[in-house]
Design a protein around this ligand. Structure first.
Ligand code: AMP
Length: 421
């Protein structure tokens, strides 16, 4: 059925979502496994939070003027009349969980990681989905810029394991509540001068939150924004020093970077550090991951005054440039002949599986030729032949499909042979 035809029948996946099928899913599993082992080397532990939360959490956390909150949230009223939102990002959920379970009492820093779906009502396009997946890491309770450098290095360690090459690391500081107001005023003034060139959305942002103009993808707005003052000229002493320490840390870790003073990231909560790792060859949606510091989020939620830093990596984006070899499957196909062998096959299959061999039995009665045809189609590495004679003697035939060689022996010997290859 064509996409249109199935859509008319109401059977197609919702626009902006997609199925991840066998053949592709192995890469996801590999990425998830590598992420887990990498993060755990740095002392991170997994924290799983719900897929939906109170809408207010994201309004307060992600920020009421960010595009994510103003335009992209999947918000609905549940049967109890509460406003619910499918999480568009993960950080506010972690902050909430820390406050709710007083995880801070276990002592800082707290390091968490998570992988799962996020939801944004964004315009679907290549590299941009409405249900997409992120690998997310958070460190709460560590002020030192060294940890910002460490998590950037951790991101690179993971990308290296995934075979991602040709990346660039962009870093910036967006200041703090002490120095950003002066920068905001300078931006507002600059934006006012070029107001006529800005899109309607940015004209509004020029008044509400001019920093958000840097998120706009409209060419004219980008051009205008290129002439706006640089935040780097407005950082207070503390933020300047923090940024210097971040760059020192990156130098020590030998991570090449480029300072990009327009890198403000699309969420309202960032303070001081922001960063992105971008990939060449991905077109417009080239950010593999992005993150930064959010030192005020926890306090703004009414929780303890604990700073935070972290990043979110887009799984779809990373897999588009990762070089992951599909894992090798070694299938043992069990070909039985007759009813008795079919029954005995169940137990034989259990024996091989219990010993770590992927074993397939199909219950449609087939002749030997049809069994081999099917085994070929499944790309089985081995075929185990089970018939009346084999059952009587306790010796089975095993064919190595690649070489065509046939072996004969009790199941323990055949198992040893399979495991040896
Ligand atoms: P953000 O949470 O906006 O900072 O995004 C972090 C990362 O998530 C980005 O660098 C992308 O790799 C990925 N990402 C964000 N939005 C989408 C989307 N709509 N579709 C696919 N990946 C996304």
């Amino acid at each position: 059925m064509t996409e249109d035809a199935s859509a008319k029948k109401g059977l197609a996946a919702i626009k902006g979502t997609r199925d991840i099928l066998p053949g592709e899913v192995e890469k996801w599993q590999a990425l998830e496994g590598l992420a887990r082992t990498t993060f755990e080397l740095y002392g991170f532990r997994e924290l799983r939070a719900p897929v939906f939360e109170a809408t207010e959490l994201f309004e307060k956390g992600t920020g009421s003027t960010s595009d994510v909150v103003t335009k992209e949230m999947y918000t609905f009223t549940d049967k109890g009349g509460r406003s619910i939102t499918l999480r568009p990002e993960y950080t506010p959920s972690v902050a909430r969980a820390i406050i709710e379970h007083r995880l801070d009492l276990e002592g800082a820093p707290m390091r968490y990681y998570y992988m799962g779906p996020m939801f944004r009502y964004d315009k679907p396009q290549k590299g941009r989905y409405r249900q997409f997946h992120q690998v997310d890491i958070e460190v709460f309770g560590e002020k030192d810029a060294a940890v910002d450098a460490e998590i950037i290095e951790m991101a690179h360690a993971l990308l290296d394991k995934l075979g991602v090459t040709g990346t660039e690391t962009l870093v910036n500081s967006v200041g703090c509540r002490a120095c950003r107001p002066a920068y905001g005023a300078a931006l507002r003034e600059a934006a006012a001068k070029r107001k006529d060139e800005l899109c309607a959305d940015c004209q509004r942002k020029a008044e509400t939150n001019p920093l958000r103009i840097f998120d706009c993808k409209v060419d004219a707005c980008r051009e205008a924004a290129a002439s706006f003052p640089s935040i780097q000229d407005y950082l207070c002493e503390e933020c300047r020093e923090h940024f210097g320490k971040l760059l020192d840390g990156l130098d020590v870790l030998k991570i090449p970077y480029r300072v990009d003073p327009r890198l403000v990231r699309g969420l309202d909560y960032y303070t001081k550090t922001t960063f992105e790792i971008v990939a060449s060859g991905l077109g417009a949606q080239n950010a593999l991951l992005g993150g930064g510091r959010y030192d005020d989020m926890m306090k703004d939620f009414g929780g303890p005054d604990i700073c935070g830093t972290g990043f979110a990596m887009g799984i779809e984006r990373v897999l588009a440039v990762a070089a992951l070899a599909p894992p090798e499957r070694k299938i043992l196909y069990l070909a039985y002949l007759g009813d008795k062998a079919k029954k005995a096959g169940l137990e034989l299959a259990r024996f091989f599986r219990a010993n770590g061999v992927e074993c397939l039995v199909e219950y449609k009665d087939r002749g030997m030729k049809a069994h081999f045809g099917r085994a070929n189609k499944l790309q089985a590495a081995w075929v185990l032949i089970v018939g009346d004679n084999e059952l009587r003697s306790g010796r089975f035939g095993l064919k190595d499909m690649a070489s065509g060689r046939q072996f004969d022996g009790p199941r323990e010997d055949l198992l040893a042979l399979i495991l040896k290859r």
